[in-house]
Write a protein that binds this ligand. Structure first.
Ligand SMILES: Nc1ncnc2c1ncn2[C@@H]1O[C@H](COP(=O)(O)OP(=O)(O)OP(=O)(O)O)[C@@H](O)[C@H]1O
Ligand SMILES: [Mg+2]
Length: 262
């Protein structure tokens, strides 16, 4: 099967999705549609099912019942190998822990994320450098993770997630390990990516970050209990806004109209 990008309106399409772990009903029948270019917060208390939802959207796990379609592909119809290919082409992940390889330069941490796309090394490094430029780290290509601040490390992780230009970026508490200034820098990067057309889902238990997103999906006890601003935040793809480390913490420019919280 070829994992091409079919023309369809939804990047994420969940229909009556449930997930049961042993006796725990982590998701109890979730319907969720995310269109191209949206910036969506998935918010809710601890244990409400946010990470479970992200794992299903990220095709890291399969639903117990219901349908998950990502970029038009029904996950149920795909083998594990095909799912890996779908993830490599369509999805970027950022987690609370940065998951960078220690002792490896920022450039190669990002370039290695493109290994599974079959891109030759030189082209991988070129794309990695461009991605690091996008997150304001063009001046830190040779730095290893232990030579970078927490916010810089998370920006490397974001660069790795978007280096392959995935249509969907999934972030689970991306600022959870950062102080407020570094967190604002990372949110600034997400805002810029959103402004440039990337569809983004951010999991957060921080109400301020949720409010900052044009759309907020609220999860409680395995159900979506509110969905404000669905279909908003779509933007036509455009040139990536120029940003510098100096301007990053101030989110008053392009992208979301609201400033980055904290
Ligand atoms: N692998 C698993 N096995 C058993 N139960 C699980 C598993 N993963 C999650 N759960 C349970 O499913 C429910 C939802 O968990 P989930 O991790 O999705 O919550 P969350 O909203 O991400 O919480 P947090 O904000 O604390 O990260 C919880 O009750 C959790 O204990
Ligand atoms: Mg979680």
């Amino acid at each position: 099967m070829s994992i091409q990008q079919p023309e369809q309106p939804y990047v994420v399409e969940l229909r009556e999705v449930t997930k049961v772990y042993g006796g725990v009903r982590a998701l109890r029948g979730v319907d969720l549609l995310v269109g191209r270019g949206e910036l969506v917060a998935i918010a809710g208390p601890s244990g409400s099912g946010k990470s479970t939802l992200l794992h299903l959207i990220g095709t890291l796990d399969r639903p117990t019942t219901g349908t998950v379609r990502i970029a038009g592909h029904d996950v149920a119809g795909l083998s594990d190998r095909e799912l890996s290919a779908l993830r490599a082409r369509h999805l970027g992940f950022v987690f609370q822990q940065f998951h960078l390889a220690p002792g490896v330069s920022a450039l190669d941490n990002v370039a290695d994320g493109l290994l599974y796309t079959g891109t030759p090394l030189r082209a991988r490094r070129e794309r990695a450098a461009a991605a690091l430029e996008r997150v304001g780290l063009g001046h830190r290509l040779g730095h290893r993770p232990n030579q970078l601040s927490g916010g810089e490390q998370q920006r490397v992780a974001v660069a790795r997630a978007v280096a392959g230009d995935p249509p969907l970026l999934l972030a689970d508490e991306p600022t959870g390990n950062l102080d407020s200034a570094a967190g604002a820098e990372v949110l600034g990067v997400l805002r810029d990516l959103h402004a440039a057309g990337t569809t983004i889902a951010v999991i957060t238990h921080d109400p301020e970050i949720a409010e900052w997103c044009p759309r907020q999906v609220r999860v409680r006890d395995g159900n979506v209990v509110a969905d404000a601003g669905a279909g908003t935040g779509r933007r036509p793809p455009g040139p990536n806004p120029k940003r510098t480390p100096e301007t990053a913490p101030n989110a008053e420019t392009a992208g979301a109209a609201k400033g980055a919280p904290r």
